[in-house]
Design a protein around this ligand. Sequence first.
Ligand code: ZN
Length: 286
Amino acid sequence: MKNNFIFFLFLGLVKPAFPQDPTGLKNATFLEKLYKDKSYLELKKKIVSEFAHIPAGQWGEFVRGVDEIILTQKKVIAFTFDACGGKNGNGYDKELIDYLRHEKVPATLFVSGKWIDSQFTVFLNLSRDSLFEIENHGLNHRPCSINGHSAYGIKGTSNIEEAFNEIEANARKIEAITNRRPHFYRSAATFIDEACASMASRLGITAVSYRVLSGDAIPFIPEAVIEANVLKNIIPGAIVIMHFNHPEWNTKEALQKIVPILRQQGYIFVRLNDCELTTDKYKIKR
Ligand SMILES: [Zn+2]
């Protein structure tokens, strides 16, 4: 009896390392909570005033302030997989993740707040697997703009405050769930303006694009085309962009071909956090 009592007392004192219950972490309620959080509101006020007179700058996937490649001469590449959420896909490509686990291929997963809301248990599970690095794909999966630019039919954030929420609120949401603040941010559709890239940096987060576009998001693209897109364009240091929120796409099928071939060529796979990133001087003329 006494032992039972001590056991239950112990249970009461030990807090689980990760929240098991998504209530309160859903985008809308989480944002409501942040709006009552002094540290969030003060930082937001500061950022809004700092960026009030900064021009938006260029709009695109490879603008100033965005990194696209690993700084290395070695045969090292990073597979990155986005989970967009909402209209852009709340699914989970379990077979793809199983394949990465089976082959011990480390990967960086960019997740939006919307996707976390629809796949909370899956997200918890992925975040506990050291093979994967969890990074920030925006709270509501909106291209990051301080003046309302859109990309691929997705409406971007309209102003500095919305851009701040898109980056910072999702960073805090991921940290609240995983106990780790993301280091990288990839905006929805990878479109961002220079002001937002600079804002991310001000928040201690690096905006990231890609060097190799797998094209897995193009409707009905066959696996052979995805495979060719990657293999023809791969270079040391490449960051490859793919998705893991559409099990109906051919991403996994292509990856099953790509991984053994790249291994044969001597490539090793890393997560972004294992590396130093830079801009791709060969591709971008500034
Ligand atoms: Zn996306």
